[in-house]
Design a protein around this ligand. Structure first.
Ligand SMILES: NC(=O)c1ccc[n+]([C@@H]2O[C@H](COP(=O)([O-])OP(=O)(O)OC[C@H]3O[C@@H](n4cnc5c(N)ncnc54)[C@H](OP(=O)(O)O)[C@@H]3O)[C@@H](O)[C@H]2O)c1
Length: 297
């Protein structure tokens, strides 16, 4: 297949682009103009990778890139993922996460491609303490979640051949993430104060990239939840990360209220992976297993 990947220089793009290439798919890696970093170079012997620089809020550029490439899929990862920053600038959040997602879906529709758009557990308010299914009512607590929800709705409206993939609590190489931040502070000898009243499912980008490839290959359109199996609090994740890394850090619990972030987070963010498992016949590995592979890999 031919796959155009937006947000290719981000954390999930860093894992997904090489995974697609390893599975024999041709990739066009799309990044923001001037953005540094990006996925590792193609493996030796693999076909050269095409790259493009464009802003997903610029529809003509996106459309002309898709027209030139004629992809089978646009895998739309690009987003403004600064959850607290979105509270201060809702216009930018809705432009990138809402309109940008509509643009990706429309460029796909107009060039005969399907679209896979990433979304988030933050479309839920976390009031119900049972794993959330795709059809459960959404009620985002903040601007980031509302802007991603606008993106989901736009994708469904403009391209019937869509996969909306909600995930949560990502960590991996090539991006700022909780696990690396905790280990950095532990290595610096800091006492860690970590929230213990938010529960979710940590998801390693390496495992999520495998799941994305499986969903692209099975071509069953719809909305899916895909996270690491099992769940924990951020505090429990910090303890486990320090233990696996062999760091004897001092870790204390705090509440979300004490942390006082600009954006309110859902208290319970666990997603039910059943639909993904049904259509692909695969299971996501447990988060503890994934963390070991990430930290020891
Ligand atoms: N990280 C999580 O815990 C999490 C959880 C649930 C869902 N998701 C979703 O999963 C997807 C991938 O997340 P991630 O963690 O890989 O995010 P990320 O590391 O922030 O990557 C997103 C990429 O999109 C780029 N981008 C931002 N605005 C753009 C624009 N207007 N046009 C083109 N590219 C643009 C970013 O560039 P800059 O870095 O220069 O802004 C970045 O390279 C996102 O859709 C996110 O909403 C993430």
């Amino acid at each position: 297949m031919r796959v155009m990947v937006t947000g290719a220089a981000g954390m999930l793009g860093h894992a997904l682009v090489p995974r697609l290439e390893a599975a024999g798919h041709a990739v066009v890696a799309v990044r923001l103009p001037g953005e540094s970093g990006g996925p590792p170079a193609p493996a030796r012997g693999a076909p050269a990778r095409e790259t493009r620089e464009l802003d997903v809020t610029d529809y003509p550029s996106l459309h002309s890139a898709a027209t030139a490439m004629r992809p089978d899929w646009i895998a739309h990862l690009a987003a403004w993922t600064d959850v607290d920053g979105c509270e201060a600038d809702p216009d930018r959040a809705f432009l990138v996460n809402g309109l940008g997602s509509c643009n990706a879906a429309l460029a796909a529709a107009e060039t005969g491609a399907a679209v896979l758009a990433m979304s988030t557990d933050y479309v839920f308010d976390g009031e119900e303490a049972t794993p959330r299914r795709e059809h459960d009512p959404v009620s985002p607590l903040g601007v980031y979640g509302r802007s991603k929800l606008a993106g989901e709705q736009g994708v469904r409206e403009v391209n019937p051949r869509h996969v909306v993939l909600r995930t949560a609590w990502l960590y991996g190489r090539g991006g700022r993430n909780f696990v690396d931040a905790i280990l950095g502070r532990a290595r610096a000898g800091e006492t860690l104060r970590v929230v213990n009243d938010q529960r979710g499912s940590p998801t390693w980008t390496g495992d999520l990239a495998e799941a994305v490839v499986a969903l692209l290959e099975c071509r069953q359109f719809g909305t899916y939840h895909v996270t690491g199996s099992g769940d924990c609090t951020w505090y429990e994740l910090a303890l486990e990360a320090c233990a696996v890394a062999g760091l004897g850090a001092r870790v204390e619990t705090i509440t979300s209220a004490q942390l006082d972030r600009a954006a309110k987070r859902p208290a319970y963010s666990v997603l039910h992976n059943g639909s993904y498992e049904h259509v692909t016949g695969r299971r996501m590995p447990h988060w503890r297993d994934a963390l070991q592979r990430y930290l020891r890999g």
